[in-house]
Design a binder for this molecule. Structure first.
Ligand code: FE2
Length: 294
């Protein structure tokens, strides 16, 4: 099957995109690369845009963009999706630098945007703000975790990296431990969007910078058990939660285990079902407060 290889961008709607643009450029340190009447495009890396912002009645993640490989055929991918009984749409020049895109809805109503990378269009990393390496993953609350997990695996070619009991799945589409994660909680909505930082030092600088600018942490810093990433969470101006992380597990697909690290308990660390145990959430022991679940 043709598998998506990488998360490219996530698109959001919110009542006050201006405030969110200010947050993304001044605090997170993404560059505003393009703006039109419809949307604002923000970049952090080789992707022309990692984040797209639009005005809407409530803050939510509406679309997630994924890349297939250069030598994969988009038409063949579309056919493969249709063979699963899913209705697709083909779009030409839908977004800057994207020539062709196949879109379809996942079972919780988020639009999947699948395409091939366009030519690099010269965007640069900013030199103010936190400046993450990249968009790492988007996490969702879902009502039917098994069904949505199967969709990402069967239609988009994701692999399961880990489960927490039977209610929280962590899915990869490349070497990173998770690109999409799905937690069954009784509603379908955005949980958090995560950006990768260099290391622990960068995370400390980021937490201080957030604090100087009036952003308090919701949870962390800590080290997750599942994925083993260092993490710190805060809430962005329109209410959407941002995670900053470093040292996420990376899969060696040929060997079937994650690159060994001193903080692993399993040797080697393979995909598994974790018990619903506090250390699966935070090896350092502090659990999230209620604010994380709002
Ligand atoms: Fe996360």
């Amino acid at each position: 099957m043709i598998r998506v290889r990488k998360i490219a961008h996530a698109s959001y709607e919110m009542p006050d995109p201006e405030k969110q643009i200010e947050y993304y450029t001044e605090i997170l340190g993404l560059s505003l690369v393009e703006r039109n009447n419809d949307a604002a495009y923000l970049a952090s890396t080789v992707d022309h845009h990692s984040v797209v912002l639009r005005r809407g009645s409530e803050a939510r993640c509406t679309r997630v963009g994924f890349e297939i490989a250069e030598d994969d055929d988009l038409g063949a991918f579309e056919k493969q999706v249709q063979e699963q009984g899913i209705k697709t749409q083909r779009k030409n020049d839908p977004e800057p630098t994207i020539a062709e895109m196949v879109t379809f809805a996942d079972p919780k109503g988020t639009t999947m945007e699948v395409f091939k990378r366009g030519a690099f269009s010269g965007q640069r990393f900013q030199n103010k703000g936190i400046v993450p390496h990249k968009l790492g993953h988007v996490a969702f609350h879902v009502t039917e975790v098994k069904k949505v997990t199967d969709f990402y695996c069967d239609v988009l070619g994701f692999r399961v990296s880990d489960w927490m009991a039977d209610f929280f799945s962590f899915l990869r589409c490349g070497p990173d431990h998770h690109t999409i994660n799905l937690m069954e909680t009784g509603s379908n909505r955005h949980f958090h969007t995560a950006f990768e930082l260099r290391d622990w030092g960068h995370l400390q600088t980021a937490c201080d910078y957030l604090s100087l600018n009036g952003y308090k942490l919701l949870w962390g810093p800590g080290r997750h058990g599942i994925g083993h990433n260092l993490f710190a969470y805060h809430r962005s101006p329109n209410g959407l939660i941002t995670e900053l992380f470093a040292e996420l597990d990376r899969m060696n697909e040929e060997l079937g285990y994650f690159e060994p690290r001193p903080w692993h308990r399993d040797r080697p660390q393979r995909p598994k079902v974790w018990a619903k145990d506090p250390s699966a959430s935070n090896l350092w022991g502090i659990l999230p407060g209620e604010e994380m679940m709002k």
